[in-house]
Write a protein that binds this ligand. Sequence first.
Ligand code: SF4
Length: 502
Amino acid sequence: MSQFKHKISKSRFVSGIQCSKKLYFDLYRHDLKPPISNSLELLFASGNTIGMLARQVFPNGKDATPKSFYDFSDSILNTKQWIKDGVQTIYEASFFYEETLSALDILHKEGEEIWAIEVKSSTSVKDYHLIDASLQYWVMAQAGTPPDKFFLMYIDNNYIRKGEIKPKLLFKMSDITEEAKSKFDWVGVNLQKLKSIQKEPEPSIEIGKHCLSPFECEYMHHCWKHIPEKNSVFELTNARGKSWKLYQDNILHLSEIPDDFKLTNKQQIQVNGVKFNQSNIETEAIRNFLSVWTFPLYFFDFETIFPAIPILENTSPFQQIPFQYSLHILREPNGEIEHKEFLADPQHFDPNSNLDPRLELIQRMKNDLGDSGSIVAYNATFEMNILKGLSKSYPDHSKWLNSVIGRFVDLYIVFRNGWYYTPNMGSSASIKSVLPAIAPELSYKDLEISNGGDASNTFLAMIDRTFNGNKEASRNQLLEYCKRDTLGMVIIWQELYALSGF
Ligand code: SF4
């Protein structure tokens, strides 16, 4: 067995600080760990790509990455030797002290100073970054190599891609040496506590706000088993602490909320729905709202990707890039429903293709959206912001794009304001809750791709060629998904229009 067998790593330390029971499960209850989801795998892959790009800011380093993440022995010994040899830059530099491992993204010698650099895929420094950096500082110091400076390296969202990615401009560095040093004793005390966790007995920790912060805990399926799956107090809309108050009073289901418990109007509508199967339909508010919409009605929805590392020229990290839209058109109240759609070719996102998929999308929109008539979206701010982005990037088309923005109306407002509520909508006013409540045959359950995240991940994988499914089938699934959203809006509008008595 390796002399460097570790019990605590930085991810386990962060787990243990969130909740010692979580660390206990990480260590001893592998049976409870949920399988890694596709989106988590894509997140890891994106993190690796970002890590590799960050290395280019400090190029030509020696790589101490272990062959297996279960055994860091060679990494620890190599790091020690290479520091002794005066190697300027070491990637995945590894340190060990009393059952605790620290694997640092980049260790760099700058003049006489030793710099520790941790790379993050985010666009700012978060509190939990300071926790894992403090642990790394502690291990490095105890192992005899305290860094002179500790930096977090993260993505600058003001970066704009011009030609090849320039890592020195893509990343920002923040000096957090003082914060890491100031937590030195705190790390030591907590490590002692966390290391003392033994296989038996399991820590007795109640569920609480810590289950959701800084990350949603992956063991909620186990610890939250006693919470009702449907209509629990944690589904109370805009609860702002009321859910925990009710839980502490041993009230778990919305139907158990006492009549004298103070609720907002929308919360009362939701609770009445659960208790008395009561709906809330405010016909006049809906009628007034719909009466200003003008025909033809264009029911419109974008799908987007938002890659951490910009793919297209003149775009920024995490910028929402539209790659698809669906459009249903209704020229008069009881007219035929027309459908139009656009789905970009992933190969046109190749920076060497000299093609511009966003320009293709604008041109198709110009053909499809006409010059007048309301454009109906569900949560229209999203679509409008994307169009504003396009308008900025393509000044030649900005006049037309701005006129399109001015035509948007938002179906979501009816449900967000509680003007139309039926008990089967639950706590959410999203189209994914509203549509199945109005038209159960149009739930999203029959679709292979059934949410925006999966659509985005699928298309991104097609762009970076990591996709290994059936391309034709997946293109059809993307088209079906986006079409469901806009057809759903038509059905919802028809329901509202009919009850408004126009
Ligand atoms: S679900 Fe909550 S109580 Fe259970 S391990 Fe996670 S954080 Fe701890």
